[in-house]
Design a protein around this ligand. Structure first.
Ligand code: PHE
Length: 346
């Protein structure tokens, strides 16, 4: 009886200790050590069972049953813990092998419009609100579209090799956007209301105000009953919109082969607002902002439009010049240097 009691206590003690050990086990190796220590050939529980011989016949089955129950209980707890540790190790391994394939690109700089494009877009938007279409034209055009059909006399100096870039006898890098007038009138019957902006090229040496590549924006209106009052009003509207209500315009007679009468437009000097100062040579005017006039009847006729029925006006201006006046830029090279320190100011 006494032996049975001791043995029973011992078995329960082994169980209690083992459960505690299993609970605290941190890896599969220590779990295996516990298994060997308790259930192995020389394990604690095995040794206790070996002493069963010392018990009486009646006591043996009772103790045997208890020992077996404890054994299978421990086995079950061991196997549960084994599974749990295996899962945890798997997770740790995955975490270690995790690879971050996203590259850190830092903060991206967002650019803004070049001042030349800003002027073009501002003018295009304004003319669109006045019902003008935006038309595109090629930078390489024919001598016919650039000069002949624009009523340019054969002797006109702008045709010379020292003024215009020729690709061959019949093709040029357009020296003005007026060739788009011809393209539009050949393709479309009146009423016509269009503006067209783009690059233009002339055989100029680079200085503070000249560049062999520059930009123009062209305008053309052809309809029944179009007059010079319409032309002057349109120009006054966009000049005031671009530069401010206080800016005045002055129309001076001029000559262009493709308009008759022709005019050049000056605007009030921005520095002195018309009083006279060094930057306007004391005239009070900023000179030659654009050229304009009533479309020459020959030009209409050349494009198959009857000048007895239709009249029109046209204008053309340097986008570079307007941008320089607007932002008080004194050197055209700055517009083409692509120096961020300069461009970021606008
Ligand atoms: N094409 C002219 C120039 O380049 C400008 C102009 C356009 C004048 C349309 C009158 C009408 O100087």
């Amino acid at each position: 009886m006494f032996k049975e009691k001791i043995m029973k206590e011992e078995i329960l003690k082994i169980k209690e200790e083992t459960v505690g050990l299993i609970d605290n086990a941190i890896d599969l190796k220590s779990l295996e050590d516990i298994r060997v220590k308790v259930l192995g050939k020389k394990g604690d529980l095995t040794l206790v069972l070996r002493n069963m011989g010392k018990l009486s016949k009646e006591e043996r089955p009772v103790m045997g049953q208890l020992a077996n129950e404890v054994r299978s209980e421990i086995e079950e707890i061991l196997s549960n813990k084994f599974e749990q540790l295996k899962q945890e190790q798997k997770k740790i391994k995955l975490k270690e092998e995790e690879l971050d394939v996203t590259a850190n690109r830092g903060v991206r700089e967002i650019s803004h419009k070049h001042p030349l494009n800003e002027t073009i877009i501002q003018l295009e938007n304004l003319f669109q609100t006045m019902g003008f279409d935006i038309v595109d034209g090629p930078e390489i055009d024919t001598v016919e579209n650039t000069f002949d059909l624009l009523n340019s006399p054969k002797y006109h100096p702008s045709r010379s090799l020292s003024d215009t870039f020729y690709l061959d006898d019949k093709t040029v890098l357009r020296p003005h956007t007026s060739s788009v007038q011809i393209r539009t009138m050949k393709a479309q019957k009146p009423p016509i209301r269009m503006v067209s902006a783009g690059r233009t090229f002339r055989f100029d040496d680079v200085d503070d105000t000249h560049s062999p590549m520059f930009h123009q924006i062209e305008g053309l209106v052809v309809d029944k009953g179009v007059t010079m009052a319409n032309l002057m009003d349109t120009i006054n509207i966009f000049i005031k919109n671009l530069f401010g209500e206080e800016i005045e315009t002055r129309f001076r007679p001029h000559y262009f082969p493709f308009t008759e009468p022709s005019m050049e437009v000056d605007v009030t000097c921005f520095d002195c607002k018309g009083k006279g100062c060094p930057s306007c040579n004391d005239t009070g005017w900023s000179m030659e902002l654009l050229g304009c006039g009533m479309v020459h009847p020959n030009v209409l006729r050349n494009c198959g439009i009857d000048p007895e029925v239709y009249t029109g006006f046209a204008f053309g201006m340097g986008v570079d010049r307007i941008t320089m006046v607007k932002h008080k830029i004194d050197n055209i090279r700055l517009l083409y240097d692509n120096d961020k320190r300069f461009l970021e100011q606008f």
